[in-house]
Design a protein around this ligand. Structure first.
Ligand SMILES: *Cc1c(COP(=O)(O)O)cnc(C)c1O
Length: 386
C-alpha cells in the first residue's frame, strides 16, 4: 500500500503533467509572468464555471478577504461578525484593517456559523457578516441572507474551503458557493480543492461597481496608469499559477466527486460506532449526505466523543496515518483576538468541537485499501478503549 498522505498533490500532478509542463514551458519562453494571457483566460473560465459576472484574481485567500473588506469601504470601528471556529485568516484581516472582529459560535453538526448567534451579536455598529463555508459545505445562507437584508449588512463569503459546492435555497434555487452574498473570497493554496503550486486567490462578485473598485485595489489603487485614486495593495495571481489552475478547473467537479466518493466510503466504514459522530450536512439534505454536491469535503471531519480524540490522534500517528485537528483552539481564546466582551458561555459549541474534531486523510487519490486501513485503525482504537 502506498504511504498515506493527508493530501496527495504529486499523484494528482501526474494526471495533468503534460498540460502543466507545456504551459510552464510556454510561459518561461514568453516571460509573461505577471498578468499574462493565462491569468485573463483563467479569470474568464472561472467566471463561467461559477456563473458569476466578475472574478478578480489575487495573490492568496487572505488578501482576497482583506481586499473584499477594503472594497466595501469598511472603516475602523465597524464591527464584522464571523465564526469562532475557522482558520485565523478570517479574523486576522478584520483586525488588520482596524475593524472590530466579533466572533460567534457555530452549529454543532455542520460546524458553520450559527445564524442565531449572529443575530444576537448584531449592534448598530455591525457592517458585515463573514460566513466561512467550512470543510466544504455552505453555511446556512438562507438565514444569513435574510439577516443581512433585515439589518442592512454586507455578506462576505469566505469560500476558501468550498469551491464547487452547490447551495440550494429553500425555494429550490441552486447557486455555487461564493456567489450568494455581495462578494466572496477564495484561496488556491495547494491543499485546497482547487489548488495551484504556490499561493493564489480570487474574489467573486456580481456587482459591477464593486468589481471595478476591487480591480483597482489589487493593483495599488490604480484605475489609470500612475493615478492612485484609493489606497490599494499589490496582490496578483501569477501566470504559472493561473496555468496550473486552468489545467485543474475542468476537473474540479470530478475532483470533488472523488472526494465525495471517499467520504461515502468513510461513512460506510465508520457508521454506527460508539464515540464516532460522522460529518453531517445541512441544507435540506438528510444527515450524512455524501451523494449530492452540497458538500465538497475539503475536510472529512469526525467528532470523537468521551475524551478519546487525542488518544485517537496518537494511535493513528503511531500507525503512520496522518490526521489533522482543525481547529484545536477556538479563535476567541487566541491571544491575538482576546476581547473582554466575550463570554465563555457563548462559545459552548466551538469549545467542544476543538476537543472533539479530527480530520482524516482526504484527497482525490485515496485508495480503497488506504481507507480500509485508516478506518480499521480508527475502530481498533475506539474498541480497545471502551
Ligand atoms: C486557506 C484559508 C484561508 C486563507 O487562504 P490563503 O490562500 O492561505 O491565504 C482563509 N480562510 C479559510 C477558511 C481558509 O481555509
Amino acid at each position: 500500500m502506498k504511504k498515506i498522505q493527508m493530501v496527495d498533490l504529486v499523484g494528482q500532478y501526474e494526471e495533468i503533467k503534460e498540460e502543466v509542463n507545456s504551459s510552464f514551458q510556454e510561459i518561461l519562453s514568453s516571460a509573461a509572468f505577471v498578468n499574462g494571457p493565462h491569468v485573463k483566460a483563467f479569470q474568464q473560465e472561472l467566471e463561467e464555471y461559477l456563473g458569476v459576472k466578475h472574478v478578480i484574481p489575487c495573490a492568496n485567500g487572505t488578501d482576497a478577504l482583506q481586499i473584499c473588506m477594503m472594497g466595501l469601504g469598511l472603516k475602523p470601528g465597524d464591527e464584522v461578525i464571523t465564526a469562532d471556529f475557522t482558520f485565523a485568516a478570517t479574523v486576522e484581516v478584520i483586525a488588520l484593517l482596524g475593524l472590530t472582529p466579533v466572533l460567534v459560535d457555530v452549529d454543532p453538526e455542520t460546524f458553520n456559523i450559527d445564524p442565531q448567534a449572529v443575530e444576537k451579536a448584531i449592534t448598530p455598529k455591525t457592517k458585515a457578516i463573514v460566513p466561512v463555508h467550512l470543510f466544504g459545505q455552505c453555511a446556512d445562507m438562507d438565514q444569513l441572507l435574510a439577516l443581512a437584508e433585515k439589518h442592512n449588512l454586507y455578506l462576505i463569503e469566505d469560500n476558501a474551503q468550498a469551491i464547487g459546492a452547490t447551495h440550494t435555497s429553500a425555494d429550490g434555487t441552486k447557486k455555487k458557493a461564493g456567489v450568494l452574498g455581495q462578494v466572496a473570497s477564495t484561496s488556491f493554496f495547494p491543499s485546497k480543492n482547487l489548488g495551484c503550486y504556490g499561493d493564489g486567490g480570487a474574489i467573486f462578485t456580481n456587482d459591477d461597481d464593486l468589481a471595478h473598485t476591487l480591480r483597482g485595489i489589487v493593483n495599488h489603487g490604480m484605475y489609470e496608469r500612475y493615478h492612485h485614486d484609493v489606497v490599494g495593495v499589490n496582490s496578483r495571481l501569477d501566470s504559472l499559477q493561473a496555468a496550473v489552475l486552468r489545467a485543474k478547473l475542468p476537473k474540479l467537479d470530478q475532483y470533488n466527486e472523488q472526494r465525495r466518493a471517499a467520504a461515502r466510503r468513510y461513512n460506510e466504514l465508520l457508521a454506527n460506532q460508539p464515540d464516532i459522530i460522522l460529518p453531517k450536512t445541512g441544507q435540506g439534505c438528510e444527515g450524512v449526505c455524501a451523494t449530492c454536491d452540497c458538500h465538497v469535503f475539503h475536510q472529512y471531519t469526525l467528532k470523537i466523543t468521551n475524551g478519546k480524540r487525542d488518544g485517537l490522534v496518537q494511535h493513528l500517528q503511531s500507525k503512520g496515518i496522518p490526521c489533522g485537528v482543525y481547529y484545536p483552539i477556538p479563535l476567541h481564546r487566541q491571544k491575538a483576538y482576546l476581547d473582554e466582551r466575550y463570554n465563555e458561555a457563548d462559545f459552548g459549541v466551538t469549545n467542544q468541537l476543538s476537543d472533539e474534531v479530527i480530520s482524516l486523510p482526504m484527497h482525490t487519490e485515496l485508495t480503497d485499501d488506504q481507507q480500509s486501513f485508516i478506518a480499521e485503525s480508527v475502530l481498533e482504537y475506539i474498541n480497545q478503549n471502551p
